[in-house]
Design a protein around this ligand. Structure first.
Ligand code: IFM
Length: 446
């Protein structure tokens, strides 16, 4: 039995486009993910988020599930075009009302609200003006943050500015595997800088308007490794990978500069004063983590490395992601050693597995339980070695729209039948409920 400290925060994370649906309802505007999904060949099975888990209409049932689980915090995201259909200017009162109802519903059930302002669904109207590659995007985002702060600020405990800005920048603008689907390395660097600037401006706005609420941001923290047979030769590539994925977003916030290895790439986009804005102090860092990252040398590409297939000996999730709780521990220790041990909440962790509803109606997802046992034990180890980790939130409450992988990849503690929208808590839901109730990682079967 591994015990967690008193006051350790147990929550759950979701995101707007992945669960809400309600696409044409009540004046919601289009996002870049609506456009991306409508582009043939981009998303598995031609899936999209127009209905998703229909959370827009079924949120009371989902909030009840949070209470049953025993979570004390809910990290969800606001769909920017639902509340500002054109991204700037005009407000959509019905969209704002929805988030009012969600926050009130949380408080009524004894949960605390941690809304995230950006989990990838940029208003398409802003993409039409250049999106994150337009320097004005930093101010558009700060204005949107002000709208949300005025509307929800009296009831929000902590704000998250961005979820995984690295994914928006690199996968969305360089690799093209996420919206807006660009494959332009220079645009990706530019977008990364503007997202950082948007974060810094939003921090100032949120502090101003909601001085009692905490403010932070969420990043997938990668522990990169060279392939074992090239351990010495490629060690510097693993460092560069971490600079690209971790450092580009952490160093400006915590050190007021870009990593030295990448400073040249960023120089042309950074205006005087930008780094002072970006490095405004935050109250916490949200860490998302799923798998170890392996790199190998590449030539003729924008970077001298590429993702490598992890060694054969790891078990894999349905995403083909290697399962290795030790990489989670190592990623958490990077924060302790390199970033002076900031307060951390693990805001996402989990796996997609082949979940089946059995004849008796149960979903006995032992793979997911084994995954959580491994990762929670490694989290505990990092804490025992002094990492300042204050909470944990599985990804995710519900099976949901897994971006370019569509609906086949299920990460939820709760199974969703997308034909009927029936919710069925899986065995991992009971497992996590026991962890939360005992504030400890128990042994034994679930
Ligand atoms: O589903 C995503 C989530 O939106 C962001 N972090 C990773 C999850 C699993 O891919």
């Amino acid at each position: 039995m591994l015990r967690f400290p008193e006051g350790f925060v147990w929550g759950v994370s979701t995101s707007s486009y992945q669960i809400e649906g309600g696409a044409p309802d009540d004046g919601r505007g289009r996002s870049i993910w609506d456009t991306y999904c409508a582009t043939p060949g981009k998303v598995a099975n031609g899936d999209d988020g127009s209905v998703a888990c229909d959370h827009y209409h079924r949120y009371p049932e989902d909030l009840d599930l949070l209470r049953t689980l025993g979570a004390s915090v809910y990290r969800f995201s606001i769909m920017w075009p639902r509340v500002m259909p054109e991204g700037t200017g005009r407000l959509n009162e019905k969209g704002l009302d929805f988030y009012d109802r969600v926050v009130d519903g949380l408080l009524e059930r004894g949960l605390r609200a941690w809304p995230c302002l950006y989990h990838w669904d940029l208003p398409q109207a802003l993409q039409d003006r250049g999106g994150w590659t337009n320097r004005d995007s930093a101010s558009w985002f700060a204005d949107y943050a002000a709208v949300m702060a005025r509307r929800l600020g009296d009831r929000v405990e902590k704000w998250v500015t961005f979820n995984e800005p690295s994914v928006s920048a690199w996968i969305g603008h360089e690799e093209g595997r996420h919206a807006p689907g660009l494959t332009d390395p220079r645009a990706a660097v530019r977008a990364a800088h503007h997202i950082n600037l948007a974060h810094g401006r939003a921090v100032a706005t949120l502090r101003d308007l909601t001085p009692r609420a905490g403010v932070g941001f969420v990043l997938p923290i990668h522990k990169a490794r060279p392939l074992p047979r090239f351990a010495e030769r490629d060690a510097h590539l693993a460092d560069l990978f971490e600079d690209k994925w971790n450092g580009v977003f952490l160093d400006p916030v915590y050190f007021g500069r870009y990593p030295a290895s990448l400073a040249d790439r960023f120089a042309e986009h950074v205006a005087p004063g930008d780094l002072e804005e970006i490095s405004r102090p935050v109250d916490f860092l949200g860490v998302n983590h799923y798998f170890p990252s392996y790199v190998e040398a590449a030539s003729g590409e924008a970077w001298p490395f590429r993702h490598a297939e992890p060694p054969f000996y790891f078990r894999r999730t349905e995403m083909n992601w290697a399962i290795d709780g030790r990489a989670f521990y190592e990623a958490l220790m990077i924060l302790k050693h390199r970033y002076r041990n900031p307060p951390v909440y693990v805001t996402e962790n989990g796996g997609a597995f082949l979940d089946c509803v059995q004849a008796d109606g149960r979903v006995d997802d032992q793979d997911r339980i084994a995954y959580y046992k491994d990762y929670l034990a490694n989290l505990h180890r990092a804490m025992a070695e002094g990492a300042d980790i204050r909470g944990f939130m599985p990804w995710s409450l519900l099976d949901n729209f897994e971006w370019a992988r569509g609906y086949d990849k299920r990460f939820g503690l709760v199974h969703v039948d997308y034909r009927t929208q029936k919710r069925t808590p899986k065995a991992s839901f009971d497992f996590m409920r026991a962890v939360i109730a005992g504030n400890a990682l128990p042994g034994g079967q679930f």
